[in-house]
Design a protein. Structure first.
Length: 391
């Protein structure tokens, strides 16, 4: 099968050397190796230092846990594996994934193996800060417009130099209630803390401008821009057609779309956990985006699939589009030793690249789930590991 290979996408890789070192051949039979062997191969390939290697083995100590949340009494561990075979925008990538579910990492790797190259892109790094105003004076909306630059200046005085407030929008939501939003370029961070601080900091000015009472001051986890991944998959024609049939089930039925998207999130969330992301924000954003992607017979939209599947040039083609609010500085990315190690393992990607990798994993995860469902069913793969446990 001749899979097209003519992509040209921006991919900023901070540590290009890692890609050159990554030899696919060294990973043959990876899953049959012992845990120690696998760790050695991965650390060798990605030139991980001893501290990062220790973090992959141990996760997090009690003191670190105690510095992160309240009332700590322990550390809860989950398996961390790497998905193989990923070639994204022309670069080989070993992808760390944290999940408790059998088959997820194998399925992501198998999905990636069916592609030649995945074209993927992260979203623009914008986050929206929301301010709710109750009982505004009559000319409040106009005043926000007139004072937009003052609001942006106040916001930028609060934000760090790496971020910038770029736009103010506003709308009437109900009688005596308006919202004002500030769009922030949060750079390489996820930006939640910074945007919340900004919202709280500008609130007195908004109160003065609108003459109303400011109540909520918080970011929105609804991302204004989306990332995507798309690829051609090498699969028999009959299976390709049934994958499209399976996609159509999700397109026309919300109950199926929920499970379809759960399969996508098996991959996205696993990479998110491994790299220290706020996975609740990722999930909330994804499902909100899917809210109108389905088709209701007779007209209208409903909750639908995050991915699309089609046969193009006689080959199965899939595309996953979704918001991916992630960060590679701040938050857990440096404070969780294993998350820092996973980012190092990935070659310290930019936030744009990390989002692209997550989209690629979500797409391959979805492909493998649909391929299994459209052929043998998923239990066969699940039971493999179960049988290994009993041996
Ligand atoms: C199981 O974790 C995920 C699947 O149910 C996804 C799907 O049905 O598409 C297999």
């Amino acid at each position: 099968m001749n899979i097209p290979h003519n992509y040209n996408v921006r991919f900023i890789w901070h540590n290009k050397a890692i890609n050159n070192r990554l030899k696919r051949t060294a990973l043959h039979g990876f899953y049959r190796r012992s845990v120690d062997d696998r760790l050695e191969i991965v650390t060798d390939m990605t030139k991980l230092g001893a501290e990062h290697e220790r973090a992959l083995r141990m996760g997090m100590d009690m003191d670190t846990a105690d510095s992160l949340v309240e009332n700590v009494v322990g550390v809860y561990a989950l398996p961390l594996g790497v998905a193989t075979n990923f070639r994204i925008n022309g670069k080989d990538v070993l992808v760390p994934m944290v999940t408790e579910e059998p088959s997820v990492i194998a399925a992501a790797s198998a999905g990636a193996k069916a592609t030649k190259d995945i074209k993927a892109a992260g979203p623009l790094p914008y986050v929206i800060g929301q301010i709710q105003v109750l009982n505004p004076t009559k000319g409040a909306m106009n005043m926000i417009k007139v004072r937009e630059q003052d609001i942006l200046d106040a916001a930028n005085n609060i934000l760090s130099k790496r971020m910038s407030a770029i736009k103010v929008t506003y709308a009437i939501l109900a009688d005596e209630m308006i919202k004002m939003e500030i769009v922030v370029d949060v750079g390489e961070a996820m930006g939640a803390n910074a945007v919340n601080t900004m919202c709280e900091g500008v609130a007195p000015l908004i109160q003065e401008i609108t003459g109303g009472r400011v109540l909520l001051r918080i970011l929105s986890n609804g991302a204004p821009h989306i990332g995507y991944a798309e690829a051609y998959f090498d699969v028999e024609r009959a299976v390709a057609e049934d994958i499209v049939n399976a996609y159509n089930f999700a397109l026309f039925d919300s109950s199926r779309a929920i499970t379809h998207n759960k399969g996508v999130m098996n991959g996205v969330t696993a990479v998110g956990l491994a790299t220290g992301q706020d996975t609740r924000a990722l999930e909330a954003g994804a499902h909100a985006y899917a809210a109108d992607k389905g088709i209701v017979q007779g007209g209208g939209s409903a909750y639908g699939p995050l991915s699309r599947w089609d046969i193009r040039k006689d080959i199965l083609w899939g595309r996953l589009s979704m918001p991916l609010q992630v960060g590679v500085i701040g938050g857990l990315t440096t404070r969780h030793p294993a998350a820092a190690a996973c980012l190092e393992l990935l070659g310290n990607p930019s936030k744009y690249d990390l989002a692209a990798i997550m989209a690629a994993v979500g797409l391959c995860q979805n492909f493998s789930a649909l391929r299994a469902l459209a052929t043998d069913g998923i239990q066969k793969g699940h039971m493999k590991l179960h049988r290994r446990r009993l041996e």
